[in-house]
Design a protein around this ligand. Structure first.
Ligand code: ARG
Length: 281
């Protein structure tokens, strides 16, 4: 970090050359890469590249903006820990959910961490890391609502964040052409509309709904789970299709922070307890 830009460029170029040679010689690129712990940072070459990470930072506690405008949350803590293990440098850029996959495909972002559910459909256009978080859809309604299960939403107005898995399940229930589905550009906006009684329910990821309800007591919401209707989901970090090199580093770093207890520690910081043993393997 203290080295000049030119030095960095030089190091980048030369390390690429070295990496290429090593790769050509024996395919052991990993062994040649420095582990780059903080203590030896002065001696080790700086990371070759700052990876631009796209995230829709309106999704607390996973990704949100603090008072200073910094992007913070469990996702950032997890990716920062992975990056430290993998010797990657990352920079977060707030990216609207609706354009987020496109930004990856266009190369404007190198990777995405945004509570993205790994789905077969998405796997066709991007590659995902191993899962790092288990989630499920959850219904938010006003405390006096009679809604007891997902099916009860059939005759109601339902808010979702456009293009999310919540949108997908509600679209399936109410039909593609249903005018009872109100789509919002963010999940907090959908929940605000529920508070204003513009919709009767919101369907979104459980972690976000629970966090919102806990932090907005004045809204007088309750949550309704329906494990029979909602399938388990898992969040993954997305890279451009075919970017195996970056994906491998991320997966290795993720495995490392799961193995050494870092992941559990971070999880507990946000959710009070470590994930159940069966979760996120
Ligand atoms: N998990 C859901 C999905 O992948 C919602 C994610 C929304 N994330 C966000 N940062 N807004 O569709």
């Amino acid at each position: 970090m203290k080295t000049s830009w030119t030095t960095r460029r030089f190091l980048k170029t030369s390390s690429l050359l070295v990496a290429g040679l090593v790769l050509a010689a024996c395919g052991k690129q990993e062994a040649a890469a420095p582990a780059a712990p903080a203590a030896s940072a002065a001696a080790a070459p700086p990371p070759a590249k700052v990876y631009v990470v796209g995230t829709d930072a309106a999704y607390a506690p996973f990704e949100s903006q603090n008072e200073k405008g910094e992007i913070v949350g469990l996702s950032m803590d997890v990716l920062n820990a992975i990056a430290a293990k993998a010797g990657l440098q990352v920079k977060y850029v707030n990216t609207p959910w609706e354009g987020i996959f496109n930004s990856l495909q266009q190369g404007d972002r190198d990777l995405l961490i945004s509570s993205i559910t790994i789905t077969d459909e998405r796997k066709q256009t991007m590659d995902f890391s191993a899962p790092y978080f288990d989630a499920q859809q959850l219904i938010a309604v006003k405390a006096d609502s009679k809604v007891a299960k997902f099916d009860d939403l059939k005759k109601l107005k339902v808010g979702v964040q456009t293009g999310t898995t919540g949108d997908e399940v509600v679209t399936k229930l109410l039909g593609k052409t249903s005018t009872a589905i109100k789509r919002f550009e963010s999940t907090p906006l959908a929940l605000k509309e529920l508070e204003a009684s513009g919709v009767d329910a919101v369907v979104a990821d459980n972690g976000v709904v629970i966090h919102y309800v806990a932090n907005n007591a004045g809204a007088k919401f309750k949550t309704v789970a329906d494990t029979a209707s909602f399938v388990p989901e898992q969040y993954g970090i997305a890279v451009k299709k075919g970017n195996a090199e970056l994906l491998e580093k991320i997966n290795k770093g993720l495995a490392d922070i799961k193995a050494d207890g870092t992941y559990d520690k971070l999880y507990a910081q946000y959710f009070g307890t470590a994930p159940a043993a069966a979760v996120v393997k």
